[in-house]
Design a binder for this molecule. Structure first.
Ligand code: ARG
Length: 466
């Protein structure tokens, strides 16, 4: 082999150097390398390699002695990485080849046996699935904590009356507990979506080789047991080409942060002077550099803002995968940054949101006051006339006219006397008032899943029983 210059000699350190006679272009090493970001997979990579070495020994493909040496050396490398004693090299491209290079530096030719019956394609797929499985478990734990905080807040606010909105216009009175339990349902669906994603990430690709499987007598079931996977992939080509599990993960994160963003938007509105329904704790707000009076809900705004990043991560990944021919293509190396970003963002957002929510002060008085105005009992007034035998469409029109007149008089329906009400319909009697009282409007809701105290209590109890 002839070396043209120093750079060519360096290039010959590469694990795939055999077929090459020239060094890579000077910009290529850096462009091609993923070590700057996939170093995060070092623990998963070492875990996968130890399982692989054990399997090779069990199947007599390498000796038990060699497998033991490989395992000991890999654990030492892990320790060194965690202590910050390792400087990764761009030249070794990615975390997989960096670790293999370190291993060979440590134990020489024995280290070179590790990659028997394996390709980086099945190696990276298994590392990535191990990583995502772990992240999902953390997200599920964080979600459980958030659900507990929402439930506790709902329990405390079972009688807190507030306006319910459609089109952000006052619509019908509800309780804060009812409103909070709507979010509980959303986050519980997110939880179930992540658990479902976990099932599909739990299928082990290792042992698929580059794309076609391997001619060695390997034991993939043993590998799956060692690495704690529920199943093994049944088609090697799919196993190394599939990133559905990563896309699904980003979709689950996107949906969840969309829910968080809607909740944050409401907290921002409720925290404004105009609403004054809640107060966000000082420890979750910031001040202004110019306006001394300001206390801004930055944390809620930031979670709302970070939604854009997570959607971006999902689209990034979907676009990378679009149109890729089977099997592995280097495009797929770009799959890691969006997934890492989505995982970090959703974990941090759920964590900080939970803390912020647990410290929110509710202003029950202002909430109730807001529910008193805006003719939120108009539907109930119409229902009252229905109970007296008037067809609903007619009632709707009668109450509409009453509301129009009340707006002019600047009063509520309940402020009109029975005599005044009789001008619109002779069916009005003294009992109208107890039927259009705000609490009565809430308690009158009888359907399963409604805002009445009994219904919300049943909902909350069904969750705390779990
Ligand atoms: N760094 C690569 C990635 O993350 C590892 C797989 C490389 N495989 C290959 N055939 N070049 O996708």
């Amino acid at each position: 082999m002839k070396y043209n210059n120093q750079k060519d000699k360096e290039s010959m350190k590469k694990l795939w150097k055999g077929r090459f006679t020239k060094a890579t272009n000077s910009a290529v090493d850096e462009f091609n390398a993923s070590i700057t970001f996939d170093r995060r997979l070092y623990a998963e990579d070492i875990l996968g390699s130890i399982a692989h070495a054990k399997m090779l020994a069990k199947q007599d493909i390498i000796s038990q002695e060699d497998a033991d040496k490989i395992q000991t050396a890999l654990l030492e490398i892990k320790n060194d990485i965690e202590k910050g004693n390792i400087e990764f090299s761009i030249e070794a491209e990615d975390i997989h080849m960096n670790i293999e290079t370190l291993l060979t530096e440590k134990i020489g030719d024995i280290g070179k046996k590790l990659h028997t019956a394996r390709s980086r394609n099945d190696q990276v797929a298994v590392d990535f699935k191990l990583y995502i499985k772990d992240e999902i478990k953390s997200i599920l734990n964080l979600t459980d904590n958030m659900l507990t905080v929402i439930l506790q807040m709902a329990e405390k606010n079972i009688k807190t009356v507030m306006p319910g909105y459609t089109h952000l216009q006052r619509a019908q009175p509800v309780t804060l507990a009812f409103h909070l339990m709507a979010y509980y349902e959303m986050f519980e669906r997110d939880r179930s979506r992540f658990s479902d994603c976990l099932k599909r990430a739990d299928v082990m690709p290792l042992g698929s080789g580059a794309l076609a499987g391997t001619s060695y007598n390997t034991d993939r079931i043993f590998l799956a047991r060692e690495l704690n996977f529920a199943e093994i992939t049944p088609n090697a080509m799919d196993a190394v080409s599939d990133r559905d599990f990563a896309i699904e993960f980003c979709f689950c994160a996107s949906t969840m942060i969309m829910h968080l963003s809607r909740f944050c938007e409401e907290l921002i509105l409720w925290n404004s002077k105009e609403f004054s329904f809640i107060e966000i704790d000082d420890s979750f707000a910031t001040g202004s550099s110019i306006m001394p009076q300001k206390k801004n809900p930055d944390i809620a705004e930031l979670i709302r803002g970070k939604t854009g990043r997570v959607y971006g991560d999902l689209f990034n990944l979907l676009t990378i995968m679009k149109g890729l021919p089977l099997a592995y293509n280097k495009d797929m190396q770009e799959d890691k940054p969006p997934v890492f970003d989505a995982a970090d963002t959703i974990k941090n957002s759920v964590l900080i949101f939970t803390e912020m929510l647990s410290k929110i002060k509710v202003n029950e008085k202002n909430m109730k006051n807001a529910a008193k105005y805006g003719y939120m009992n108009a539907t109930d007034a119409a229902d009252y006339l229905v109970s007296k035998g008037v067809p609903f469409r007619e009632c709707h029109e009668i109450i509409g006219k009453i509301v129009l007149d009340c707006i002019e008089k600047n009063c509520g329906i309940e402020d009109l006397s029975v005599d005044e009400l009789k001008n619109y319909s002779d069916k009005f009697e003294e009992d109208i008032y107890e039927n259009i009282d705000i609490n009565a409007c809430i308690e009158a809701k009888k359907s399963f899943g409604s805002t009445s105290q009994e219904s919300v209590e049943r909902h909350i109890n069904s969750k705390s029983d779990k």
